[in-house]
Write a protein that binds this ligand. Structure first.
Ligand SMILES: *Cc1c(COP(=O)(O)O)cnc(C)c1O
Length: 381
């Protein structure tokens, strides 16, 4: 099969958008709707309430759903939550941690970046010292699953520490919400940003921020740094007027509605167990092939595995060989780009997909090490 002929079912091992359930994909062709009519209001309200539930919110919590990718939700949370005289302590142990700082900076938000190093667990002692040193750092920004390395950060511990010091946490849970245990209520997460198309297995195009209802209301007195991503505007529109502030991606809402039903039926623990089983099979198989993983076992999220590229095999050659067999693998970023690649186990993958992937990889690797392919078609990074 060549790369021009689309295989029947492409096995997406990139960390979102993921392979979706047929029912989710079919829902994309749901009815045309005007977003200022009652039918859409009901759909939006259902979606908001299911999102709040899957994120572990109680009656005091709410969700604002945005039309935009995960980054729009993270950006909305940061620029709306940090007050004019406040600041953000960014916990950086990978690409997405660093991104929190890059999001804050152009808005003139004071941001202090605590750099731990890629794939290095957060040091809570260092976080505590930074908070003691600078009382104007009112918020702590942290990534739950750092998708650049596959590391799961202990966000519950960060939240507990921040609260002991009277600070709030802004959590990028884009690649973890729905499959890793993190709860607005139990873990006291102040601001949680997520997206529809990773572990929640919806279509791309929607993201969301969850927080306490009164926290959204209190944004009325905060700085208005942005028009489009102003969470107070979105909350007021969605909660009070029952209509979104701007034109939403209606088909993505139809799909998310169904995806959330499936996520709630499976439960976060069930989905975590399913992904863990896939990741376990994958990691064992990679080890059998002599491939080494970036992180030790105790630090890995279930949704992603960062793998060292075998000697003499470039990512582009590996990618195009696997793509031709119906598997999409994902490049590593920045400092890991040369030596590593990433395999996601999020979405509707099956044990059979993983076994076929491993068998295909076993068949391709000797060829790739023997004759590194030249001029292969590559993925856009
Ligand atoms: C995917 C991802 C994002 C958002 O990426 P988008 O391309 O904007 O959807 C943010 N943070 C993390 C940790 C991610 O994995």
């Amino acid at each position: 099969m060549t790369t021009d002929e689309q295989p029947q079912r492409l096995v997406l091992m990139n960390p979102g958008p993921v392979v979706t359930d047929d029912r989710v994909r079919s829902a994309l062709s749901g009815p045309d709707m005007c977003h200022r009519e009652r039918d859409f209001a009901a759909l939006m309200t259902r979606v908001r309430s299911k999102v709040t539930r899957i994120a572990g919110g109680g009656a005091d919590h709410a969700a604002v759903v945005l039309t935009g990718s995960g980054t729009s939700a993270v950006e909305a949370a940061i620029v709306s939550a940090v007050p004019a005289d406040g600041g953000l302590l960014v916990l950086d142990n990978g690409h997405y941690g660093h991104r929190l700082h890059e999001i804050a900076t152009p808005y003139g938000i004071r941001s202090r970046r605590l750099e731990f190093g890629w794939g290095t667990p957060l040091d809570l002692g260092g976080v505590e010292r930074a908070l003691r040193d600078d009382p104007r750092l009112t918020h702590v920004g942290v990534v739950h699953h750092e998708t650049s390395t596959g590391m799961l950060n202990d966000v519950a511990a960060v939240a507990a520490l921040a609260h002991r010091h009277g600070r709030e946490v802004v959590v990028d849970a884009v690649s973890s919400v729905g499959c890793e245990p993190l709860s607005l209520e139990r873990d006291g997460i102040d601001w949680l940003a997520g997206s529809a198309n990773k572990c929640l297995e919806g279509a791309p195009g929607l993201s969301f921020v969850c927080a306490r209802r009164d926290a959204f209301v209190a944004l009325a007195t905060g700085p208005r740094r942005t028009h489009y991503l102003d969470l107070h505007r979105h909350f007021t529109a969605q909660e009070k007027a029952g209509a979104p502030a701007f034109t939403p991606a209606v088909p993505a809402f139809h799909a998310f509605d169904i995806a959330l039903d499936l996520a709630l039926a499976e439960g976060v623990a069930g989905r975590r167990a399913r992904y863990a089983a896939l990741a376990g099979r994958l990691r064992e198989g990679l080890a059998r092939l002599g491939l080494r993983l970036l992180l030790p076992a105790g630090q890995r999220a279930v949704g992603l595995t960062a793998v060292r590229l075998p000697d003499e095999v470039g990512f582009e050659a590996l990618h195009s060989a696997l793509r031709a067999e119906g598997f999409v693998i994902y490049a590593a970023q920045e400092q890991l780009a040369q030596g590593f690649f990433r395999l996601s186990t999020m979405g509707q993958l099956t044990g059979d997909d993983i076994e076929r992937f491993l068998a295909t990889l076993a068949r391709l690797l000797p060829r790739l090490t023997a004759a590194p392919a030249a001029g292969t078609t590559g993925a856009v990074r």
